[in-house]
Ligand binder design. Structure first.
Ligand code: NAG
Ligand code: NAG
Ligand code: NAG
Ligand code: NAG
Length: 423
């Protein structure tokens, strides 16, 4: 479900783009194993071509952060859980965490324990980037801060964005390799959900040079105040008669009327399909590859194949971390078929978040795969005890909604000044 629940917002002045990881690495005990660098760096076996460089990354976003109102904390914990699970299953990626402090907060940065949680929950290198605070913070506007990943062009094999309530169940690094091992696969990936052709909570973009500037300009032009979202023109492209969008359940359409078309999901779909003209979409049991162009210069469906064939064209010199290893259990897939992508992560939409309920009573190492909540809490307890955070379950359970709510309300759209990512 394309829920976008997390604490959130974005910013207008106050450019503070702090890189605090370095100080932290000096303090924390895990610091000696890796050096911080702003460019991709080979880490392990320097002569293997793919798995040994970090030219790809995972990204998360948490906004509305105010240390005195800790409803944002479970989302940080989820990022820690996600990072740990990725590392545990062999990921070699970097992790970018975008953080935006609540405009009402007197704090400009996260407290030390929060940083400890994010940076030391796994062996992966975690980079924290603050988004400037903004008085125009809203769930709606925060959705677009996801596209800040495009400014990180050093990750030229892609950045996979996940909402801060997504839990990966296996190593997802294989997604970054597919476009180099299978000529049909495109540089950008989106996954269709039941009510939208692109899930804004899980997508992979290739940050090419100029892409971020283009996205920032498009958003600036398209989000002028009091605009009414046009369900034919969408974000600047009327879908032609031979083209369509399609949801996981097979619903097709040409109007920009699917869930969150006026928000991040519509913008994402517009960006990968009509601006980049370069996208692989996972639609139910099929993979569709859209590329440029037909005789009218329009994006066209170049190929489609069954989802279960993903990865069969891997060449032999790829290392194991680049091949998909199905998770032990695929809760999200009916019939427990471990199909790629859909079965590889859990999106805790709406109020289904583990931290809105007490931990399972029978939680042990042996029961950790009994349910998504078991896995979440078990992984979290491991981090908790390893880092000595001393958190108890009663501090944990938060019946509270995230600081900015649970969805991008239509009334929030096109309020305030145009969206400006480049500040
Ligand atoms: C991938 O494998 C399938 C099945 O063997 C084959 O039909 C297809 O042409 C291959 N694609 C590439 C790009 O090698
Ligand atoms: C643990 O509890 C879950 C329900 O939360 C149940 O499905 C599972 O079977 C239990 N496992 C054991 C080993 O009792
Ligand atoms: C956790 O508790 C232990 C023992 O009570 C204490 O030494 C430690 O400083 C605490 N850690 C944190 C992060 O508060
Ligand atoms: C984008 O990246 C460039 C180069 O690293 C940096 O100078 C700039 O501040 C970044 N812009 C934003 C909005 O983060």
């Amino acid at each position: 479900m394309p829920d976008h629940d997390r604490c959130q917002f974005r910013g207008v002045y106050l450019l503070l783009f702090l890189l605090i990881e370095q100080q932290w690495r000096a303090i924390l005990k895990h610091s000696s194993t890796t050096e911080f660098t702003t460019t991709p760096q080979a880490t392990l076996h320097s002569n293997l071509t793919v798995a040994t460089t970090t030219r790809f990354a995972y990204a998360f976003l948490v906004a509305g952060c105010d240390p005195v109102r800790p409803a944002y904390r479970p989302f940080l914990s989820n990022i820690a859980v996600a990072t740990r699970l990725l590392a545990h299953h062999g990921s070699q990626a970097d992790v970018i965490v975008f953080v935006q402090m609540d405009f009402r907060s007197s704090h400009e940065v996260l407290p030390e324990n929060d940083l400890l949680l994010l940076i030391s929950s796994s062996s992966l290198r975690v980079h924290i980037h603050y988004i400037p605070k903004t008085p125009f913070q809203s769930y709606y506007r925060t959705q677009f801060d996801k596209f800040r990943i495009l400014n990180f062009t050093q990750y030229d094999q892609g950045i996979l964005f996940m909402d801060a309530d997504v839990m990966p169940l296996t190593n997802l690094d294989y997604l970054f390799s597919l476009s180099t091992t299978d000529a049909r696969i495109k540089n950008n990936w989106v996954v269709a959900g039941p009510i939208a052709p692109a899930n804004g909570g899980f997508f992979l973009l290739r940050p090419t040079h100029g892409a971020f500037e283009r996205v920032a300009a498009l958003l600036r032009e398209q989000t002028v105040s009091n605009r009414i979202f046009d369900s034919v023109q969408g974000w600047g492209h009327a879908v032609g008669p031979s083209d369509y969008w399609e949801t996981r359940t097979g619903k097709r359409g040409r109007e920009w009327t699917f869930y969150a078309a006026h928000a991040d999901q519509g913008f994402l779909y517009h960006w990968v399909k009509y601006e980049q003209k370069d996208v692989t979409t996972i639609v139910g049991s099929r993979v569709q590859n859209w590329g440029c162009c037909d005789e009218h210069g329009q994006v066209q469906l170049e190929s489609a194949f069954p989802l279960r064939d993903i990865g069969i064209n891997l060449t032999h010199d790829n290392t194991v971390s680049w091949q998909r290893k199905p998770p032990l259990t695929c809760w999200s897939v009916p019939g427990k078929e471990c199909l790629p992508v859909y079965g590889d992560f859990i999106h805790f939409g709406g109020r289904r978040k583990p931290w809105m309920k007490p931990p399972p009573a029978n939680l042990t190492r042996a029961t950790q795969w009994d349910s998504p909540n078991h896995l979440w809490y078990w992984t979290y307890w491991e981090i908790n005890s390893e880092l000595g955070l001393n958190l108890t379950a009663s501090e944990w359970v938060t019946p509270e909604d995230p600081p900015l709510g649970l969805k991008p309300g239509k009334r929030q759209a096109f309020q305030g000044p145009p969206i400006e990512l480049s500040r």
